[in-house]
Ligand binder design. Structure first.
Ligand SMILES: [Zn+2]
Length: 110
């Protein structure tokens, strides 16, 4: 289980580093006056969307980390089955098994 914690912490560090990098980039851009249609404006909006995405990911990783610390990481929150280790390797912050995740996304679309 401590392996899981290590992997989640590594994932968290990586996301935090990406956020910092992005924020540094964006800070440089804010100094300039941007006009509609300016390619830099498009760039800034893209970065902002990416930043929001990273912050959501970070939240998910921190949540998974809290589960790992409680010793319940890797167990589907919906059905209680163990999550496929290959899935956890690909998406360390997953808290639902593939079956439940697929089901949830199908319901959301309806
Ligand atoms: Zn499940």
């Amino acid at each position: 289980m401590s392996e899981d914690i290590e992997r989640l912490k590594a994932e968290r560090n990586q996301i935090v580093a990406e956020i910092r990098h992005l924020q540094d980039n964006m800070r440089g851009e804010v100094e300039r006056d941007l006009e509609e249609g300016d390619p830099a404006l498009y760039e800034r909006e893209k970065n902002l969307a990416l930043l929001q995405h990273l912050e959501r990911e970070l939240g998910a990783v921190e949540y998974a980390l809290s589960l790992a610390e409680k010793g319940v990481y890797g167990i589907c929150e919906n059905c209680g089955e163990r999550i496929d280790p290959a899935r956890l390797k690909a998406i360390p912050q997953a808290t639902l098994c593939l079956k439940c995740k697929t089901e949830l996304e199908r319901k959301r679309r309806m």
